[in-house]
Design a protein around this ligand. Structure first.
Ligand code: NAP
Length: 464
C-alpha cells in the first residue's frame, strides 16, 4: 500500500516495525543520517524510509498504520494538515499548531512537535538560556510559531516579533500572549525596528532570507541593528553561514545555525518512538556526520581505521596508504617502538591502564608527526571517550565492521593478543564485540563492511 510512495533506494524495504518521513519534496532529506545512525548505535533494527507524499495525506497515514509503521516524521507541506488525521495530539503541538512527529498508539498515531524542544535543546547545548531573556524573533511563519512558543515556554521576559507582513506578527503575538497569559509578545513592522528599546537581545532568525546567495541580511539591512545581539540563532543551516551569522560573528557574538535544531528534533522524535534516551555523545557523533554530509570535511588528510582485532585494519590500511601515496601508521606498532616492549610485555609489566594511557597520548603525537597518513588503531582505542573525540579531531574515522566468525578464524592461532588469552576464545570475541560495537559506531564517521575484496574496500573508503 504505502510501499509505492517510498523513494528510490527504499522500494524493497519491508515496512512493518520501521520508521520514516512523509513530505514533498523529500528526496534530499538528511533525516536518514540521524535515525539510521541512532538505530545502529542503539542496536535497534529500524530503517528510516522517506515517502514522497503529495496529497491524500489522511489515506497515507491510514496506510502507514495498517502497514505497521512505528513512527513518522511529517515535513513540508503537511505539518498542519496532518493534525486532522491523528487520534491524539500533544498539548504543546496543539498550541504550536503543527505536528512533525507521529507516534503509534492504539487505533492510530499521536502527534507531537519536536521542532520546538529540538531548538531549545540545541540552543541550551550551546549555552544560550531563555529564562528571563529578551528576544527578537525575525519572521512570523510556521517555524517562527514554534520559536515563539519556545520563548514563552522557557520564560523569556520580552519577545519582539518582526515580520515583513506585520499582520502575521500581530496575530502570532496575540495568540502567544493568550496562551502564556502575559503581554511579553509584541509585534513590530520591519520599518519600525528603531522603536525596539536599546538593550541586549537573543536574536532568533526564522525567516527564509539567507537560503540563497545574495539574500543579504533578513528584514533589517542596517548592520547597527544587529549590535543589540548578545547571541543569535539562524534556523537556516544550508548555507552554514548566512549573512546574519557572519555579521554576528564579526561582532564577536555567539551565532549558531539551524543544523543542531534539525539534529535534536530528530533525536527527540527517535526518543519518543523508541522510549530511549539518546546521550549527548551519540548526538554529537550524528551532528558530525550531518556536518560531513552537508559541508564536507576538510580533515581528509588523515584516514583513521577503527575496528576489532582481525577486522583487516593493517591489510586494508597498507593498501590504502599505497594507493594514496602516504605513510601507514599503526598505533600498536608506534607504541611498541616508543616503549621498546611488545604489547604483551607492556600489559604484563605495566598493566592495561598504562597501555590505554599511552594510546590516548600517541593520537596527537602521530597527527603532528604524520599530517597525511593512514592510521590503524588498536582494537581497544575507541573504548575511551576522549580517544573517540581525539580521533575525530585529527581526521575522518572509518569503522571496519566484521563479525565474530571471521574474527575467530583470523585470530585463533595468534599469541600476541593479551585480551584473548585462555579458553573460550569464540565466546570472548562475541562478548567483546557486543560491548565494543556501539563504541566503534560512535567513534566513526563512516561504517565500512569488510565482507568484500580488499580492492573494493579500499575504493569504498576513498569514495565515501
Ligand atoms: P514560512 O512559513 O514560509 O515563513 C517564511 C518566513 O520568512 C515568513 O516570516 C516570511 O515573511 C519571511 N520571508 C520570506 N521571504 C522574505 C523576504 N524576501 N523578505 C522578508 N521576509 C521574508 O517558512 P518556515 O517554515 O517558517 O521556515 C522559515 C525558515 O526556517 C526556512 O528557511 C527553513 O529552512 C527554516 N527551518 C529550519 C528548521 C531546522 O530544523 N533548522 C526547521 C524549520 C524551518 P511573510 O510572512 O511576510 O511572508
Amino acid at each position: 500500500m504505502l510501499e509505492k510512495y517510498a523513494i528510490d533506494g527504499y522500494k524493497d524495504v519491508f515496512l512493518s516495525n520501521n520508521i520514516g518521513i512523509f513530505g514533498c519534496p523529500i528526496g534530499h532529506t538528511l533525516s536518514p543520517v540521524i535515525h539510521d545512525n541512532l538505530s545502529d548505535y542503539l542496536g535497534l533494527k529500524e530503517k528510516y524510509i522517506p515517502f514522497l507524499i503529495e496529497d491524500d495525506l489522511e489515506d497515507r497515514i491510514k496506510d502507514a498504520y495498517n502497514d505497521g509503521i512505528l513512527g513518522l516524521n511529517i515535513t513540508v507541506p503537511h505539518k498542519e494538515n496532518v493534525m486532522k488525521a491523528l487520534v491524539d495530539i500533544d498539548e504543546d503541538a496543539k498550541h504550536i499548531g503543527a505536528v512533525n512527529t507521529l507516534v503509534r498508539v492504539d487505533g492510530g498515531y499521536k502527534g507531537y512537535n519536536t521542532d520546538m524542544p529540538g531548538l531549545a535543546r540545541a540552543i541550551f547545548s550551546d549555552g544560550i538560556t531563555l529564562d528571563g531573556a529578551k528576544v527578537i524573533i525575525l519572521g512570523a511563519g510556521g517555524a517562527a510559531r514554534a520559536v515563539a512558543y519556545m520563548c514563552g515556554k522557557y520564560n523569556a521576559s520580552k519577545v519582539y516579533i518582526i515580520n515583513r507582513t506585520v499582520e502575521k506578527a500581530k496575530q502570532l503575538c496575540g495568540e502567544m500572549n493568550e496562551i502564556f497569559g502575559s503581554g511579553a509578545f509584541e509585534a513590530v513592522s520591519s520599518d519600525c525596528y528603531k522603536d525596539i528599546p536599546k538593550d541586549k537581545y537573543i536574536f532568533l532568525q526564522s525567516t527564509s532570507v539567507g537560503l540563497h546567495a545574495g539574500d543579504g541580511l533578513p528584514l533589517i539591512k542596517n548592520e547597527k541593528f544587529y549590535m543589540m545581539a548578545k547571541a543569535g540563532v539562524d534556523l537556516i543551516y544550508n548555507p552554514a553561514e548566512t549573512e546574519f551569522i557572519k555579521l554576528l560573528k564579526k561582532q564577536g557574538v555567539k551565532a549558531i545555525n539551524g543544523l543542531k535544531m534539525l539534529l535534536y528534533q530528530g533525536v527527540m522524535a527517535y526518543e519518543l518512538w523508541n522510549d530511549v534516551k539518546v546521550t549527548d555523545e551519540m548526538s554529537d557523533c550524528i551532528y558530525r556526520k550531518l556536518c560531513n554530509r552537508l559541508y564536507g570535511n576538510s580533515k581528509d588528510d588523515i584516514k583513521v581505521l577503527v575496528g576489532y582485532m582481525g577486522s583487516g585494519k593493517s591489510t586494508i590500511g597498507k593498501k590504502l596508504a599505497e594507493k594514496l601515496e602516504c605513510p601507514f601508521v599503526d598505533t600498536d606498532e608506534y607504541i611498541v617502538e616508543k616503549e621498546r616492549m611488545t604489547i604483551n610485555e607492556i600489559f604484563e609489566t605495566k598493566g592495561e591502564e598504562y597501555f590505554r594511557n599511552l594510546e590516548t597520548k600517541v593520537i596527537g603525537e602521530i597527527a603532528d608527526k604524520y599530517p597525511k597518513c593512514i592510521l590503524s588503531t588498536g582494537g581497544g582505542m575507541p573504548v575511551r571517550e576522549e580517544n573517540r573525540r581525539a580521533l575525530k579531531n585529527i581526521g575522518k574515522v572509518y569503522y571496519l565492521r566484521t563479525n565474530a566468525d571471521i574474527i575467530y578464524d583470523r585470530v585463533k592461532n595468534s599469541s600476541d593478543r593479551p585480551l584473548l588469552q585462555g579458553d573460550n576464545l569464540y565466546d570472548k570475541i562475541c562478548n567483546m564485540l557486543n560491548t565494543r560495537e556501539p563504541l566503534y559506531f560512535m567513534a566513526s564517521d563512516y561504517v565500512i563492511d569488510v565482507n568484500d575484496s580488499i580492492s573494493n574496500i579500499v575504493e569504498k573508503i576513498i569514495s565515501v
